[in-house]
Design a protein around this ligand. Structure first.
Ligand code: NAP
Length: 243
């Protein structure tokens, strides 16, 4: 890996054109079941908060539904354990929250046409080396979008610690409300993430397309720190492409 360089795109991404999304715009009201693939730190916290908000959740992991009995007992009747393919099929939209090294295991066909929220980050120590990421030629969510060509992938919940998902949210309009970033090649997918963030208690900053989503990946200024929307926009604009 070389040093830190600035992508030519950086010049075009300024604090001004990182947009705040209005939550709810264009999001169909019938999206009430969330499929969740991955039931670890993030998957379980997303499931807890979603159930609290009145969503139904269908949760899966790699070892099989029977291993999720404890989490299901905690979540109650709005939750069901399933296989990844069943969770993908059941969700009106789906959260993928597995270690990045497993992204190619995510079922393609049952996710066709659906919005997929991707929480993944690249930890080469855990995931093994992925040359396109090391060279700065791809993004983590871009890899998932490539794997799921018929789905609409949006980045979400990747730069907040799992335990803070249920504790850091505040009502819309609260002073200094925490903000989270999203990015997608599909505006309706970014809008859905904004709606969900708002329900979870967070403002949204939209980075733009997935090929700009490296701005909120690991080791960038916006990564896993508490920041409001203005601070998040500043941090995204400050990010440099590491190659
Ligand atoms: N932890 C955080 O605070 C945090 C914050 C932001 C983003 N992230 C990112 O979000 C992703 C998930 O992180 P995590 O901390 O929640 O991970 P985790 O606690 O290790 O949980 C991973 C989950 O994914 C499941 N899984 C693994 N391979 C799978 C496969 N092939 N098919 C279906 N399910 C599979 C695991 O199931 P089994 O247990 O049955 O194998 C487990 O339920 C990672 O990319 C991470 O970097 C994490």
């Amino acid at each position: 890996m070389g040093g830190v360089t600035e992508s030519p795109r950086c010049a075009r991404v300024t604090r001004r054109n990182l947009r705040n999304i209005r939550a709810g715009d264009g999001v169909p009201p019938h999206m009430t079941t969330i499929g969740i693939i991955g039931a670890g730190h993030i998957g379980s916290q997303v499931a807890r908060k979603a159930v609290e908000l009145g969503y139904d959740v269908v949760v899966s992991n790699s070892r099989g539904p029977e291993t999720l009995a404890g989490l299901m007992a905690e979540l109650g009747t709005r939750a069901r354990a399933a296989t990844p393919a069943e969770a993908a099929a059941a969700g009106d939209f789906v959260v993928v929250t597995v270690p990045l090294r497993s992204y190619q295991d995510i079922p393609v066909e049952p996710l066709a046409g659906k919005i997929v929220i991707d929480t993944n980050n690249y930890y080469w120590e855990r995931d093994g080396r992925i040359p396109e990421l090391d060279k700065g030629e791809a993004t983590t969510s871009g890899l998932l979008q490539k794997h799921l060509p018929t789905s609409k992938v949006a980045k979400g919940f990747n730069h907040i610690m799992a335990k803070e998902i249920g504790t850091d949210g505040t009502p819309a309009g609260s002073a200094n409300r925490r903000a989270l970033a999203t990015a997608s090649d599909y505006p309706e997918a970014a809008e859905l993430v904004a709606k969900l963030y708002d329900e979870f208690g967070f403002d949204t900053v939209n980075i733009g397309p997935l090929d700009e989503s490296w701005r909120v990946e690991r080791d960038r200024p916006a990564y896993v720190i508490r920041q409001n929307a203005a601070e998040l926009k500043d941090n995204l604009a400050k990010a440099t492409r590491t190659i």
